[in-house]
Design a protein around this ligand. Structure first.
Ligand code: SAM
Length: 177
């Protein structure tokens, strides 16, 4: 079985867009407990590295570290572990909500921006980026940056995500390099 319900969300996104190809190099941000890593391995990714604030039970051959992705040392560490540029950067990172709508919103947007900037600075040309966002949120600035750097940018609401009512995924494909 899968370690998370989130696994079904990535399955839906990838069935539709075929981002994970045999041999793909993948970085998974906010990877605990490991559902997306399981999907990437099942779809024959060549190498999968992941990071989370929480400890993740090993999922060999993926390499997973416990670290804060917003630590500037984290991105370079992931690239070193991957042994080169990624084909796909995935981010399902979500901050712990504090219940104050505006604060929660600003915190999730901060994580998306950091993830998007990272993806744009490291992806291989033609690569893709997936990030969890929230509907009704101020995604406009991030969407603008993504549209400048990728040939296609979509909002996808997986069926498996229906109970998390505000959740939506930004999916950017065809990184221009
Ligand atoms: N995609 C995962 C799966 O399929 O198992 C589920 C991810 S869960 C919805 C979101 C994760 O993001 C949490 O485990 C949380 O610890 C992590 N996270 C939030 N902020 C983070 C940060 N700054 N650095 C690393 N991980 C972070």
């Amino acid at each position: 079985g899968y370690r998370s319900r989130a696994a079904f969300k990535l399955t839906e996104i990838d069935d539709r867009l075929h981002l994970i190809k045999k041999g793909s190099k993948i970085i998974d941000l906010g990877c605990a407990p490991g559902g997306w890593v399981q999907i990437a391995l099942q779809r024959e990714a060549g190498k999968v590295v992941g990071v989370d604030l929480l400890e993740v039970d090993p999922l060999p051959p993926a390499e997973l570290i416990q670290m804060d992705f917003t630590d500037p040392a984290c991105g370079p560490r992931l690239i070193e572990m991957l042994g080169g540029a990624p084909d796909v950067v995935l981010s399902d990172m979500a901050p712990n909500t504090v219940g104050h709508r505006k604060t929660d919103h600003l915190r999730i947007m901060g994580l998306i921006e950091v993830a998007a900037e990272f993806a744009i600075s490291v992806l291989k040309p033609g690569g893709s980026f997936v990030a969890k966002a929230f509907q009704g949120g101020e995604t406009a600035p991030t969407m603008k940056i993504l549209k400048q750097n990728f040939t296609d940018v979509k909002n996808i609401k997986p069926k498996a995500s229906r109970t998390d009512s505000a959740e939506v995924y930004l999916v950017a494909t065809g990184f221009k390099g």
